[in-house]
Design a binder for this molecule. Structure first.
Ligand SMILES: Nc1nc2c(c(=O)[nH]1)N[C@H]1C(S)=C(S)[C@@H](COP(=O)(O)OP(=O)(O)OC[C@H]3O[C@@H](n4cnc5c(=O)[nH]c(N)nc54)[C@H](O)[C@@H]3O)O[C@H]1N2
Ligand SMILES: Nc1nc2c(c(=O)[nH]1)N[C@H]1C(S)=C(S)[C@@H](COP(=O)(O)OP(=O)(O)OC[C@H]3O[C@@H](n4cnc5c(=O)[nH]c(N)nc54)[C@H](O)[C@@H]3O)O[C@H]1N2
Ligand code: SF4
Ligand SMILES: [Mo]
Length: 707
């Protein structure tokens, strides 16, 4: 889509990922225009500098494509979803909620939110659960995304802000180590900072079982077995200690706990690490030397390293390495995680998480409860206790939780062990879904509320750097469509809670600022006016005269003693190992054209089949299995199977197959994934399980195309 109109347009941000690329929406009647005739133009914003990916360029299509325009209700069990008025949908929902709570208690009604929702929506949903439903049963899809990195950063640094420095700092690091990130496909415009970094003489190490587009640009690519990153990090630390490549001054003055880590690391000599990870000793030594020699360095993890049943330990292992090397808080150096969803950062701060209150406060902490209860005008004793994590919540549906409200997630496609999750959703007394489209999850609902999306409303988002942004309304929504805030306000009202749920986003934001004041993620000094005037404001920002905090940890860490903490974490194998029946390792992830469960991008013609569902197979494995490029195949695990098209590539390890998770139906890869949960973060093992691959007649796959 090219720039056609000269109109100034509305300066806003992309509907999708955490890069939140700046874009302008301008009135247009051109071929690329969406509803209300708007077109996407590039905009100069600090993170993307005019760059966008295909999803961003085509995003205006979301506005006039296939989307919900009226509430839908199922008037009798097993009957069809039929159009209804907003009032009928609200009354029906309130009836379900009252009935379930009367019979089974308050916790029998649950909520499931999303990291793509604005800060205001996350805040309102959490407050709705705790104040109007008074249930402990609330969690969200960020549990499947950022929870391991968040748990590790909290333990090590005392705070979880994805990047504790601006993205543009990447351009100045002498060395960047990307662990389990395919930035070239998942945040393409961010690659410009790596290009600049390389042009300035910097080096890049990529750690990924596949030679991805990102890995192909690296100076050094380590290709470990999925799930062995902790052994790798521990082995690199072993080498750094052995060669004097650690920063003893930093360790002494800025950290605690190195002794135990040093002791544990002694047992991870290079040959042992090669045996566990498959990364040759020579490559390990080269990586360690690059780390030891670089005057500045950044270690960045993403989902490849984090989405494991020991994801928190794994991230702690990379943080140990960063601390031993003296990186966090140093100029153009540090550890960070690359947050995924549009508001993946804000989404984990404002209280939709099972154990959390706004401002990154803890639901189990009496002082935190008292502060938020005061802002909400309730008795702290009326706040529920922490509830179950996302998978545990979904697993309990139809038993402990009888009515579920989903907003901003499509778990039928994106949850681990998805066939089981789908059965649990079907076992509910009632499922209520707020969405823009009729997602696979909405299809199962008893009540569907159509909601406004990004360009049809205004709201704040917090990007991967902790920069709070304003996503501004550019078009009017269809007449029957309300915002999530209006739906929440109406539901609260019908439950008799008529105060405290404004439908106006700016009013909600102002309350959020007060609720977050004094918390770790302090937004008190951030206003919509400041955001616009300053290209966003970095939290913490405790007061109107505070400049915000682009860089953290320069002087100290927000831990009781001001020091960062090492953690002795022992490498362990994945929760599930291959055997004769399931001899392969399966890992999963993303492709450029599709976003998450695909609910949005599969409805955009330019993106829909570029590509369709597939599985990547090494030529050696393909030959052994008698499979050729383009063949139809069944990929199975102990939980179920999916039908996929074989893509033969020499960029993957021969013992591992990779499949993206963007499709539902017969191509649903999450039918296979392992819900083994990390003990600390409750993250499932999306990135590794045992699998089997076999050819099937093409007809089986060519049936009704999965959407
Ligand atoms: N196009 C696109 N972009 C997106 C999204 C999308 O759906 N589509 N989603 C957004 C969201 S919410 C997120 S969370 C981010 C995710 O962004 P990324 O983390 O970059 O994406 P993934 O493809 O899930 O995983 C990255 C890489 O991890 C590798 N990997 C698999 N297993 C392992 C392992 O055990 N160890 C290591 N080191 N690597 C491993 C995979 O081969 C893959 O290349 O992307 C965001 N951007
Ligand atoms: N196998 C495997 N599975 C994975 C992953 C993986 O790497 N491998 N990654 C995991 C990760 S990191 C993530 S983040 C999850 C994401 O998976 P999901 O939680 O399913 O995320 P989306 O597909 O983005 O779903 C968002 C839904 O909200 C709707 N929506 C958009 N805007 C709004 C709004 O303003 N309000 C409301 N109410 N709805 C809105 C969209 O139309 C869509 O249906 O998937 C996880 N699942
Ligand atoms: S990189 Fe992310 S924010 Fe930027 S255009 Fe693509 S999807 Fe949108
Ligand atoms: Mo994510």
């Amino acid at each position: 889509m090219t720039a056609g109109a000269a109109a100034p347009g509305v300066a806003t941000h992309c509907p999708y990922c955490s890069l939140q690329c700046g874009m302008s929406l301008v009135a247009s009647t051109g071929a690329g225009a969406g509803a209300g005739g708007v077109e996407v133009l590039a905009r100069d914003f600090p993170t993307n500098r005019g760059g966008m990916c295909r999803k961003g360029w085509t995003s205006a299509r979301l506005l006039n494509g296939e989307r919900l325009t009226t509430p839908l209700v199922r008037r009798e069990p097993g009957g069809p979803l039929e159009p209804a008025t907003f009032g009928e949908a609200v009354e029906l929902t309130a009836g379900f909620i009252r009935a379930a709570q009367r019979v089974y208690g308050r916790d029998a009604v649950g909520a499931f939110g999303g990291g793509g929702l604005t800060n205001e929506k996350c805040y309102a949903l959490g407050k709705f659960a705790r104040v109007a439903l008074r249930t402990r049963s609330i969690d969200y899809n960020g549990r499947f995304c950022m929870s391991s990195a968040a748990a590790a950063a909290q333990r090590a640094f005392g705070v979880d802000r994805g990047l504790p420095f601006p993205l543009t700092d990447l351009a100045h690091a002498a060395l960047i180590v990307l662990v389990g990130s395919n930035l070239a496909e998942t945040m393409p415009p961010a690659m410009q900072w790596l290009v600049r970094q390389r042009a300035a003489g910097g080096a890049l190490i990529v750690i990924d079982p596949r030679r991805t587009g990102t890995a192909a640009t690296a100076d050094l690519h380590l290709q470990p077995l999925p799930g062995t990153d902790l052994a790798l990090a521990t082995g690199l630390l072993h080498l750094l200690i052995g060669t004097g490549g650690i920063d003893t001054g930093y360790i002494e003055t800025r950290t605690t706990g190195f002794g135990d880590v040093r002791a544990l690391t002694a047992a991870w000599w290079p040959e042992r690490v090669e045996r566990v990870t498959g990364v040759p000793v020579g490559v390990l030594r080269r990586a360690a030397r690059m780390l030891a020699d670089a005057p500045t360095a950044m270690i960045l993890t993403a989902r490849g390293a984090e989405q494991h049943s020991r994801g928190t330990d794994t991230v702690l292992g990379w943080i140990n390495l960063a601390l031993a090397r003296g990186l966090p808080g140093r100029r153009h150096s540090g550890y960070g995680t690359l947050t995924g969803q549009g508001n993946g950062q804000g989404g984990r701060e404002h209280g939709q998480k099972a154990d959390q209150l706004p401002g990154y406060r803890r639901l189990a902490d009496p002082a935190d409860r008292a502060h938020v209860a005061r802002v909400w005008g309730i008795d702290p004793d009326d706040l529920p206790a922490p509830g179950p994590s996302a998978y545990e919540l979904l697993d309990s549906l139809g038993r402990d939780v009888r009515v579920l409200l989903v907003a901003g997630s499509n778990p039928v496609v994106s949850a681990p062990n998805a066939a089981h999750v789908e059965r649990r959703l079907r076992a509910l007394d009632a499922l209520i879904v707020c969405d823009v489209v009729l997602s696979e999850t909405a299809e199962l609902a008893d009540v569907v509320f159509p909601v406004t999306q990004w360009a049809e409303e205004s709201g704040t988002m917090t990007n991967l750097e902790g920069r709070v942004l304003l996503r501004k309304q550019a078009v009017a929504p269809p007449p029957q469509v309300r915002s999530d805030l209006e739906v929440i306000a109406a539901l609260a009202g019908s439950l008799g809670v008529t105060r405290g749920f404004p439908a106006d986003a700016r009013e909600v934001f102002d309350e959020l600022r007060a609720a977050s004041a004094g918390g770790l993620a302090d937004y008190a000094g951030i206003t919509w006016e400041r955001i616009e005037a300053e290209d966003g404001v970095f939290w913490p920002c405790p007061s109107a005269d505070h400049p915000g905090t682009p860089r953290m940890f320069g002087e100290s860490f927000p831990t009781p003693d001001g020091r960062a903490r090492f953690h002795p974490v022992e490498p362990r194998g994945p929760a599930e190992e291959p055997d004769e029946e399931y001899p392969l390792w399966l890992t999963t992830g993303r492709v450029l054209a599709h976003y998450q469960s695909g609910a949005q991008t599969r409805r955009i013609a330019e993106l829909a089949s570029s590509p369709g569902p597939f599985v990547e197979v090494h030529p050696v494995l393909a030959a052994a299995l008698g499979l050729a490029d383009g063949d139809a195949a069944r990929l199975s695990s102990r939980r179920g199977s999916a039908l996929l098209t074989v893509r033969v590539v020499d960029t993957i390890r021969p013992d591992t197959v990779f499949a993206p998770f963007h499709w539902g139906g017969a191509a649903r890869v999450n039918t296979l994934t392992d819900p083994a949960l990390d003990p600390a973060s409750r993250m499932p093992a999306f990135k590794v399980c045992a699998a089997r691959l076999e050819g099937v007649a093409a007809a089986t796959v060519d049936g009704p195309a999965p959407r």
